[in-house]
Design a protein around this ligand. Structure first.
Ligand code: AMP
Length: 422
């Protein structure tokens, strides 16, 4: 082969693509139900946007961005995440003047130069939502409800919501000092290089897989050091979740790798948490709009990694295969039958998904192809029987001779019969 795809990227091809369609529609339906409107932003942005929003010290910015100079000498970056772009677009479109809460949702590829492994790619896809314009704890609950409903629609029965508050900057500043001192006390276990790394953002130690639980347990947690407004906000979120019957696990060690998060943060896992990675991450980012040059505007959002979600869905994959594909397969037995086969396919498309076999191979081979595609009917146009088509019910292995004109009426009757049987 002359070319192969870049490391850490994937082709999504049939029939796998059907699963993607099922999953994307489940999210789209959920967004519609909750009143979220779509937004599409460029995959390429000025580098500075991500440096400011995601944080200079974050792994994403310091190690993982696809950054290059364009031909005009500007530093540009393939987006590693979408929240920063959505906020930029929100401000550029003047949405901050529209009043009320802007509820937005998106779907698309993201790029991180990470070490490729299972569930970790260099190009991956996220579906996510942002609600911009309110600090109401009830909005935090709504955001979590959106995630749960979408995941249920996709087919997840048991998901684990991990919840924490990382506080606002007012809580975090003094806490960071305290945490850094505690980390320094463990200097021997941690090593000088790592100590250096944690100097600017010590909370990242909770995200690291390099240390055992014992060390992490001994460190102070932010939830014990929140200022009143932050702890009241978190208590209200928890109370509202309890009152609406949403199950979650409080996780005082949960921090996120992006610097813009404030107050509520959450991650979603499925089944047993074990060593698996999160399917979804989200939280409040009350200072980001202002950081990007807009008025002070609180907001919250989440994003789900679709590759990970789909990999966690073996049963759904099968279902998607069954629902995708074609219902009618038109067999064109010889060249002379082509006009009738094309006409029949036109009629059939009004009834359902239709594929016409134009390969010129034998009738037998075409019928085999129809079975392989899991079509429900094969419709055979053959010059040997002018004006009449053979309709084969592939599941029942039953043939029926139908005139060209009666095809639609016949298959509609079949469909009604099938409807009655199921
Ligand atoms: P983040 O934007 O880092 O909060 O990540 C949100 C979600 O995106 C994660 O929970 C993953 O499901 C997914 N994700 C993040 N990075 C990757 C990656 N390199 N490859 C695949 N999925 C990813």
């Amino acid at each position: 082969m002359k070319y192969s795809r870049l490391r850490g990227t994937q082709d999504i091809v049939p029939p796998e693509i059907e699963t993607w369609r099922v999953v994307e529609s489940a999210f789209q339906e959920t967004f519609d139900r909750f009143g979220y409107q779509g937004i599409r932003t460029p995959i390429i942005e000025p580098t500075d946007l991500f440096v400011r929003a995601v944080g200079e010290e974050s792994d994403i910015v310091s190690k993982e961005m696809y950054t290059f100079e364009d031909r005009g000498g500007r530093s540009v970056t393939l987006r590693p995440e979408n929240t920063a772009s959505v906020i930029r677009a929100y401000l550029e479109a003047g949405m901050h003047r529209w009043g009320g809460i802007q509820r937005l949702c998106y779907f698309g590829p993201m790029f991180r130069y990470d070490r490729p492994q299972a569930g970790r790619y260099r190009q991956f896809h996220q579906v996510g939502a942002e609600a911009i314009g309110s600090a109401n704890p009830a909005l935090d609950v709504e955001m979590i409800q959106v995630v749960i409903e979408a995941m249920e629609r996709v087919g997840f029965k048991s998901i684990d919501i991990r919840l924490n508050s990382v506080g606002s900057e007012v809580s975090r500043r003094p806490y960071r000092k305290l945490l850094l001192e505690a980390i320094r006390d463990h200097g021997d276990d941690i090593g000088t290089d790592a100590l250096e790394r944690y100097t600017n953002n010590p909370m990242r130690i909770f995200d690291s897989k390099d240390y055992g639980d014992k060390l992490k347990q001994s460190l102070p947690v932010i939830s014990d050091h929140l200022v009143d407004e932050d702890s009241e906000h978190f208590a209200r979120v928890c109370a509202l979740l309890d009152e609406t019957g949403v199950a979650y696990t409080s996780d005082p060690h949960l921090v996120r790798g992006l610097d813009y998060y404030t107050r509520t943060v959450f991650e979603v896992y499925h089944g047993e948490r074990g060593a698996q990675s999160a399917l979804c991450g989200g939280g409040r980012y009350d200072a980001l709009v202002e950081e990007c040059g807009g008025p002070s505007t609180p907001a919250i959002g989440f994003s789900v990694g679709l590759e990970r979600l789909i990999a966690a869905l073996p049963h759904e994959r099968e279902k998607a295969r069954a629902t995708g594909g074609v219902t009618y397969y038109v067999v064109c037995a010889d060249e002379g039958a082509a006009p009738r086969a094309l006409r029949a396919a036109g009629v059939l498309r009004a009834l359902g998904n239709t594929e016409i076999d134009l390969s010129g191979r034998s009738k037998k081979k075409q019928l085999q192809a129809a079975e392989k595609k899991h079509a429900r009917y094969a419709i055979v146009a053959d010059s040997a029987s002018a004006g009449r088509l053979t309709v084969r019910n592939l599941a029942l292995r039953r043939d029926e001779d139908v005139s060209d004109e009666a095809l639609a009426v016949y298959l509609e009757a079949e469909r009604r019969k099938e409807g009655n049987e199921t």
